[in-house]
Ligand binder design. Sequence first.
Ligand code: 5AD
Length: 344
Amino acid sequence: MDKITIKKDEYTRQEIVSLLKTRDKDTINELFEYADKVKQSYMGNILHVRAILEFSNYCVQNCLYCGIRHANTKIKRYRIEPAEIIDYALKAESMGFKTLILQSGEDPYYTAEKIEDIVRVIKNNTKLKLTLSIGERPEEEYRKFKEVGADRFLLKHETSDPILYKTLHPGMKYSNRIKCLRELKSLGFDTGSGIMVGLPGQTFESIANDILFFKMLDIDMIGIGPYIPHPQTPLEKRFEEAGGYFAPAVGSYDVEDLIYKIIAITRIITKRTHIPATTGFNVLNDNNVRGKALKRGANVIMLNITENALREHYEIYPAKKKLAAQNAETFEDLRKRFPEYQTI
Ligand code: 5AD
């Protein structure tokens, strides 16, 4: 492989693929250092903390990887009522959070009217920035959510490989996902997308496309996390059969190292974006993965504020129960743990 120049504004698809594949320590270190520099100069030395409330784990979809898929009858389903969601928001603000993410499965119980009421009341009674992460909805509903004051919307595209997307999402359309993202952008939402890394059948070429896609759609927030096999889902079996992460493609490849690279390349190319050190990442290995991600381009950490008794049921991937301790972290804990950043 020819030596790739790291310190530049853009990479070609082929350069991204080479960077993802390289095992050359010097190249990797240079990439990480440059990503940190780009982050510092565009985003400052700031760690943004977000509160996240998982308000319903009901979902009409059947994504093959996801533990809260409709067909999973083994989990206990719960919903938090609108009035209680509002209480959570007031509490989040009093705890010092500036942003609240309201996340759920695709749950029609929360009609457009219900969501609008929740958003309106929270925006009228707090200074919180409000992020919705509730899946695909008609453009008209997105418009109403914006009108009543929602600031941001998260909708991961999961993979930009249309064939893989179709396999993983029965009854859903890649084209509709992209349509939703474009609508959200043009309605003026700060728009988030993201991918899972290590899906069976995913290639390095498709990950390079994902990174270029973030740039092309001018995505504002980018979540990059590992695929974590969930035993109550059909994809786990395929993952086992395929021999684990990326085995057929390139020989076993450490998914943690790969995610750092994807974060770093994404930072260098997209520059002024918010990139979380995702929680899923901690499942793989809790040895300061977030700290490393923050040194390699990430600038956001999300703290789960859902009450403990419900949290374990929002099991999109299996190890979430084990995350209880970490999830109980407070704002202050983060300040102490990452004193090198200005935490807001
Ligand atoms: N591993 C990792 N992330 C997952 N998600 C769902 N299931 C899994 C899994 N098994 C993430 C997806 C989705 C969100 C609801 O949770 O990125 O967007």
